[in-house]
Design a protein. Structure first.
Length: 297
């Protein structure tokens, strides 16, 4: 019983991280139908930015986190401006190849700057209450303050993002662009600005996920690839382009991966993400919450 509860907690934490990353994939795809494969590297840079803030500049974690979010938001907007905006009217394959290229460039840039060494967040840089004793649960399981913080933060950010999408002017503009960019443009919406804001929001959430992973694990240049693949699988599972589906897909995939690692082998964590993505593509291409669309002649 205790082991099952521990694995479920790990799955919820991992799923929360996947959900934060997957939202970035699904928001961009929902508006410009582009799989931004560089999003995983933005997540990785978010972890490194916070690491630099707390180790080199000796800033508090609570200052490093928003700085990392801001820098990643600017990075996402810059990538859109340089790499994707010139290809707005180009075939989708051109933008897809460009996204893969940007991903490789950022990954190698991180290697050049920081090297391949794994870097843990120093304990003194972590908030003291996150390293305090864990909460005891029935059956002998324990919920650490850090895991609880990650789950609560992810849920809060998801709720805030949902409210922003449905209650604010920029959120309405994003939904309009997702439905029909040409009509949105004719109604006076600056679609390029909306797309830039979308990249900024998704990148900022990816930065939060990167910092959370840095607190729990280690930071290294390929972390964006592995977590990015799993988050993309989560977005596909929930229904690519559906924000609520991305959140649900992240939780489902995180729990499945944790249970598989706990009861089968931790070596198959990435394989589980691929298997789930393949099964969804075969049996339900639109995902759990995605809508099937007919192709008109």
């Amino acid at each position: 019983m205790a082991q099952l509860l521990e694995q479920l907690i790990n799955g919820l934490v991992l799923g929360s991280i996947y959900a934060l990353i997957a939202v970035g994939y699904t928001m961009v795809y929902g508006i410009i139908q582009l799989i931004n494969f560089a999003h995983g590297e933005i997540f990785m840079f978010g972890a490194y930015f916070a690491f630099l803030c707390v180790t080199v500049f000796k800033l508090s974690f609570w200052i490093a986190l928003p700085i990392s979010m801001l820098l990643c938001a600017l990075m996402g907007m810059l990538i859109d401006f340089i790499a994707y905006r010139p290809l707005r009217n180009a075939p989708r394959l051109s933008a897809l190849i460009t996204a893969i290229g940007v991903s490789l460039v950022l990954q190698n840039l991180a290697w050049m700057i920081w090297g391949a060494k794994w870097r843990p967040f120093p304990d003194e840089a972590k908030p003291s209450f996150l390293t305090a004793n864990a909460i005891s649960l029935p059956g002998g399981a324990h919920l650490s303050f850090l895991n609880l913080f990650i789950i609560v933060l992810a849920v809060g950010l998801m709720i805030g993002l949902n409210r922003m999408i449905y209650l604010t002017k920029i959120g309405k503009a994003m939904r309009a662009c997702a439905q029909n960019k040409v009509a949105a443009n004719l109604m006076g919406i600056n679609t390029n600005r909306v797309i830039s804001v979308t990249f900024a929001i998704g990148s900022a959430l990816g930065a939060v996920a990167g910092v959370m992973v840095g607190l729990r694990e280690v930071i290294e240049p390929t972390m964006g690839y592995y977590k990015g693949v799993a988050a993309f699988a989560a977005a596909v599972l929930g229904g690519i382009g559906n924000m609520t589906g991305a959140m649900l897909g992240g939780i489902v995939l995180g729990i499945a991966e944790a249970l598989g690692a706990g009861y089968i082998s931790s070596e198959y964590r990435i394989a589980i993400a691929y298997i789930i993505m393949i099964l969804v593509i075969i049996f339900r291409p639109s995902g759990l919450l995605g809508k099937s669309t007919a192709t008109r002649a």
